[in-house]
Ligand binder design. Structure first.
Ligand SMILES: C[S@@+](CC[C@H](N)C(=O)[O-])C[C@H]1O[C@@H](n2cnc3c(N)ncnc32)[C@H](O)[C@@H]1O
Length: 336
């Protein structure tokens, strides 16, 4: 572990904490699920309110020490499970006031170079958040070229995916690709030089691999469905997301399963009346971090916060969400 990560508290800024606390109003709510415990930034703030009860989960066993401290401090009000949020249904904690997701990597994970998430590191390719079936080492050395190309293109929105995938295959045919810096070199050699681009040439490929290794889109889709099932009427689901695929899914879910969804086209009369809806009217409002927060924590710059309120209608499984984003689910389920 490097100095930056020697203390969880030292390196971690909970993103949009003030905005999150305002929406989840811990002074008047009781039951919370923090689906992405991380450094515990949100859980710790919620627990400062004496009536609150928090179930926190995280797939990363590295957060256990911090979670144990909170379990000791609040034995009756805080419980941690090392689990993936797609498995939320199996945890007996229901009828909750608020479920919160703060997606992606924590700075603790990104700054720990041993985990191979950063293209600035020179460590073994890994990128696992925890409870994984595969690592980036498997993906880079075993995935077939067309699949690798699709992963980089679709999950990374990388225009030069074809060339990058081809060059990865050429390299691994002569020698196993083991470290992040070997992959960095291959990507840099594959991409056209673009001096105007502000982003590092490796950003998109590394993002794609991380999403694929951790099946982040599958996790998000099943996580938000199960979280919604756990909410009581009037309960809130809050999600902080960091890239456009995530935001598209969240927006679609909140809009299409809310009471404001009914008219398929403005040219046709109202033909499809939705009589049950998971959420109340959804305002399609996105909250963003303040300039001050972005100044203090550059990683917050792409954060988007959306929230929706559970209606009184009974829970009906949103099959249409699965159907709509089936291409991502299929892509993430490719065997390596
Ligand atoms: C951005 S951090 C959360 C930071 C936290 N809000 C805080 O204030 O300290 C995201 C955390 O979610 C965890 N995570 C990501 N995907 C997950 C999943 N599918 N199931 C459970 N935990 C997940 C990661 O391991 C990471 O620790």
């Amino acid at each position: 572990m490097n100095n930056l990560t020697s203390s969880l508290e030292f390196s971690h800024f909970p993103v949009m904490l003030n905005e999150v606390l305002k929406i989840l109003s811990p002074s008047s709510s009781e039951k919370f699920i923090d689906c992405t415990f991380g450094g515990g930034g949100y859980s710790k703030e919620i627990l400062k309110f004496s009536k609150t009860n928090v179930l926190a989960i995280d797939r990363d066993k590295k957060v256990l020490a911090e979670a144990k401290k909170l379990e000791k401090k609040y034995p009756k009000r805080f419980k941690f499970h090392q689990s993936k949020f797609s498995q939320l249904e199996a945890i007996p904690f229901d009828n909750v006031d608020v479920v919160i997701f703060d997606l992606g990597l924590s700075s603790i994970q990104l700054d720990n170079f041993d985990r191979g998430f950063s293209f600035k590191s020179n460590k073994e390719l890994n990128m696992t958040m925890g409870l994984n079936e595969i690592s980036a080492l498997d993906v880079i050395n075993k995935l077939k070229e067309p699949d690798l190309k699709q992963v980089i293109k679709i999950l990374g929105d990388e225009k030069e995916a074809s060339k990058i995938a081809k060059n990865i295959i050429n390299h691994r045919n002569t020698k196993k690709i083991k470290n992040t810096n070997e992959l960095v070199r291959i990507i840099e050699q594959s991409k056209k030089k673009n001096n105007l681009s502000k982003i590092n040439p490796c950003t998109k490929t590394f993002q794609a691999l991380r999403i694929f290794v951790n099946k982040e889109i599958t996790e998000l889709i099943y996580g938000i469905i199960h979280a919604t099932k756990k909410l009581k009427p009037g309960g809130k689901i809050l999600i902080v997301s960091f890239h456009s695929i995530e935001d598209r899914i969240i927006k679609y879910f909140f809009t299409n399963f809310s009471k404001n969804k009914s008219r398929p086209s403005r040219y046709f009369p109202e033909t499809k009346v939705i009589d049950t809806a998971l959420f109340e009217q959804y305002k399609n409002r996105i909250l963003r971090p303040s300039n001050n927060e972005i100044k203090n924590n550059n990683r917050s710059r792409s954060a988007k916060l959306r929230f929706a309120i559970r209606s009184k209608d009974s829970f009906e499984y949103p099959f249409d969400l699965i159907k709509k984003f089936k291409n991502y689910l299929d892509l993430e389920s490719i065997n390596v």
